[in-house]
Design a protein around this ligand. Structure first.
Ligand code: BEZ
Ligand code: FE
Length: 308
């Protein structure tokens, strides 16, 4: 790559820093990268001018950012977790998915989507190891916003176990426990069996935990099940269906809970002929997902494996 001769001026005052840095990035060839980085530098410098950190504070901040990397591996993504607890992921989500066309509201992907989950048939149970908790029968439809069924839509499902850990965090759970991929039938219907999810704390053993403790924040997420719903010619929906109290929804440490994606989890205390094998009490939930036309994309998993 050929660089032009250096023409930038030497900096001698605080005021000169921002324009000189912006000028140095002026020749960025990708126009979007140029806009993003110029704005990032202006806001970063603005933040520094507003808060005037000491050198010790700056070094502590650099150590915290480096620790995000040190706590990130194939089974944990501390960088995604940091974006989540700072509200950045939910802000990005709402900017890009506002639900204004009648589609199901989205919610953040989170750091625990692994990809490559085992294929399931409708009716299969996604609990692959002995998992405590009440049985949950989840069913629904995938449709266009006008109710037209979408046959062959893919649902990528994952959830934490009732002890509050995803299988990637827990050597006691089978590989891919409570994860599965299923497809809708000709009428756009799907169903699977699982266990009723429980709320859980986000990981607090890394730098994000240090920050939450310093801010006296509760690390809990309300109980939910994650879904990626996709179909050719439709905008991919990444969402979560919540099953928890109003108090837990309002206390979501990553600001992901929304009223429209709270599921109706019904507790059954009496036998029901439609569920002959069910142990009491069991739960049912029916939720229909609505997709809008668009480009079918797929997220890159923030993690790929299980803790060893
Ligand atoms: C999750 O729902 O899996 C999640 C989201 C954000 C942070 C931690 C976990
Ligand atoms: Fe989750």
């Amino acid at each position: 790559m050929k660089h032009q001769a250096l023409t930038q001026s030497l900096i001698s005052t605080e005021e000169e820093v921002t324009p000189v840095v912006l000028a140095a990035m002026e020749r960025t060839t990708d126009p979007r990268l140029k806009v993003l980085m110029a704005s990032a530098v202006r806001h970063l410098h603005g933040f520094i001018r507003e808060t005037r950190p000491t050198e010790e504070e700056f070094e502590a901040a650099m150590r915290w950012i480096a620790a995000l990397g040190h706590h990130t591996d194939t089974s944990n993504n501390e960088v995604v977790l940091a974006a989540d607890v700072l509200g950045a992921s939910t802000l990005i989500d709402l900017i890009n998915n506002n639900g204004m066309q009648g589609e199901t509201l989205s919610a953040l992907l989170g750091p625990f989507y692994r990809g490559q989950a085992p294929a399931c048939a409708n009716g299969d149970c996604i609990a692959r190891s002995d998992t405590p908790g009440s049985t949950l029968y989840f069913r629904g439809k995938v449709t266009e916003t006008d109710g037209t069924p979408i046959a062959g839509a893919k649902l990528d499902v994952w959830q934490a176990s009732p002890v509050g850990l995803y299988e990637n965090q827990d050597t006691g759970q089978e590989d891919f426990n409570l994860r599965g991929v299923l497809h809708t039938d000709a009428d756009g219907r799907f169903n699977f069996t699982s266990v009723k999810p429980a709320g859980y704390p986000v990981p607090t053993d890394g730098p994000v935990g240090d920050l939450l403790r310093a801010q006296l924040r509760n690390p809990m997420r309300p109980a939910h099940i994650h879904f990626i719903v996709s179909a050719p010619g439709h905008k991919t929906l990444i969402t979560q269906i919540f099953s928890d109290s109003q108090e837990a929804l309002l206390g979501d440490v990553v600001f992901g809970a929304k009223r429209q994606i709270v599921g109706d989890f019904v507790q059954h205390d009496q036998p029901d002929a439609a569920y002959p094998d069910a142990t009491l009490p069991f739960f049912t939930c029916e939720y229909d997902f609505k997709l809008v036309p668009g480009v079918s994309t797929y997220p890159i998993p923030p993690i790929t494996g299980k803790t060893s």
